[in-house]
Design a protein around this ligand. Structure first.
Ligand code: UP6
Length: 263
């Protein structure tokens, strides 16, 4: 399934969240997700509005925003409608099921109420998926599992990764894919979405362990589906739009090449 078109994958996907993502990617001709890791409401909204036309998913770290308020969420939701993108709060939940359930639904951020997609580490075991699912499933939300991280020395490898994939297989109603560095589909009937951070065209790392690969490496060579780009896009404030166009084109061309190669 990795090598089919996003349209074909949308048509046959059992998970509603994956279906709407694939449809949206084809409609807007983009497999780009921008990670907007800025610390003020004003910057977050301004970047979201600039990159909006070029992305399928806007990725947030809502807990780094110094002046977070309910209005920020309302405005993000309005931008998601205006530009037709999904919101992905990159919360990386990592606790027992009962705790993450509250972290997802309650507290200051009420993530489940506005974020279409969120993600979780698998280190606590499957209870984390069950806990998050109690909140997210009735709302039609989707979950990604962190099967592999992009950073140097990450422990997410070997049996950790393969067992994470097994957990996803057992929870396909809620889990529709992974944060990972290569495709995870192994059987003809399975179609996990792989969203991949650690993507950059100009540099190889950041001095704090991050490692970058190109959209071509990620999409064509490794079979991932969505490229996640942060500082490569918002790093130079006067180039946000130009860089979004550049990464969108690089990601989309890589996807077209992959579909052509496997026809
Ligand atoms: N991210 C990674 N690697 C992972 C998982 N998540 O970098 O394995 C997230 C970071 C950041 C974004 O939390 O929001 O992806 C990458 O940003 P960058 O492109 O500026 O490095």
């Amino acid at each position: 399934n990795t090598y089919k078109s996003y349209t074909e994958r949308a048509e046959q996907h059992p998970n509603a969240c994956a279906r709407s993502l694939f449809e949206l990617m084809e409609r807007k001709k983009t497999n780009l997700s921008v990670a907007v890791d800025v610390t003020t409401k004003k910057e977050l909204l301004s970047i979201a509005d600039s990159v909006g036309p070029y992305v399928c998913v806007l990725k947030t770290h809502i807990d780094i925003v110094e002046d977070f308020d309910k209005d920020l969420v309302a405005q993000l939701e309005a931008l998601a409608k205006k530009h037709d993108f999904l919101i992905f709060e990159d919360r990386k939940f990592a606790d027992i099921g009962n705790t993450v359930k509250h972290q997802y639904e309650k507290g200051v951020y009420k993530i489940a109420s506005w974020s279409h997609i969120t993600n979780a580490h698998t280190v606590p075991g499957e209870g984390i998926i069950k806990g998050l699912g109690e909140v997210g499933l009735p709302l039609g939300r989707g979950l990604l599992l962190l099967a592999e991280m992009s950073s140097k020395g990450a422990l997410t490898k070997g049996s950790y990764t393969t067992e994470s994939v097994e957990m996803a297989r057992r929870n396909k109603d809620f889990v529709f894919g992974f944060i990972a560095q290569h495709k995870m589909n192994e059987y003809p009937d399975e179609d996990f979405v792989v969203m991949t951070p650690g993507v950059g065209l100009d540099i190889k790392g950041d001095g704090l362990g991050q490692q970058y690969r190109t959209p071509h490496e990620v999409i064509v060579e490794s079979g991932c589906d969505v490229i996640i780009v942060g500082r490569g896009i918002y790093g130079k404030p006067d180039e946000v739009e130009a860089q979004s166009k550049r990464y969108r084109e690089a990601g989309w061309n890589a996807y077209l090449e992959r579909v052509r190669m496997h026809k």
